[in-house]
Design a protein. Structure first.
Length: 116
């Protein structure tokens, strides 16, 4: 079993920054992808960013490119999402996601609120 625990959400003013963390525990793997998704009120969950564990390849949604940075610490089995230049439209519950072959695990989500 793999568990994901997110932290770092909160309230921030537009233009501010936050860093989210996602710690994986339980069974670990050498090759998997960790990512972040978000879901705003009344909207579908959408992809934000992802990083491959083996080669640290990163992927971003167009809406966050240049403002958000995903990274990881292999020793801590933790992924991070550094968010800068935050906008009110970034307000959402952010979910951490892990994919390995047919296994997919979600975290419980952390709320990010950006005030204008």
């Amino acid at each position: 079993q793999v568990q994901l625990v997110e932290s770092g959400g909160g309230l921030v003013q537009a233009g501010g920054s936050l860093r989210l963390s996602c710690a994986a525990s339980g069974r670990t793997f050498s090759r998997y992808v960790m990512g972040w998704f978000r879901q705003a009120p009344g909207k579908e969950r959408e992809f934000v960013a992802a990083i491959s564990w083996e080669f640290a390849r990163t992927y971003y949604a167009d809406s966050v490119m240049g403002r958000f940075t995903i990274s990881r610490d292999n020793a801590k089995n933790t992924a991070y999402l550094q968010m800068t230049s935050l906008r009110p439209e970034d307000t959402a519950v952010y979910y951490c996601n892990l994919k390995y072959r047919t296994l997919e695990v979600w975290g419980q989500g952390t709320l990010v609120t950006v005030s204008s």
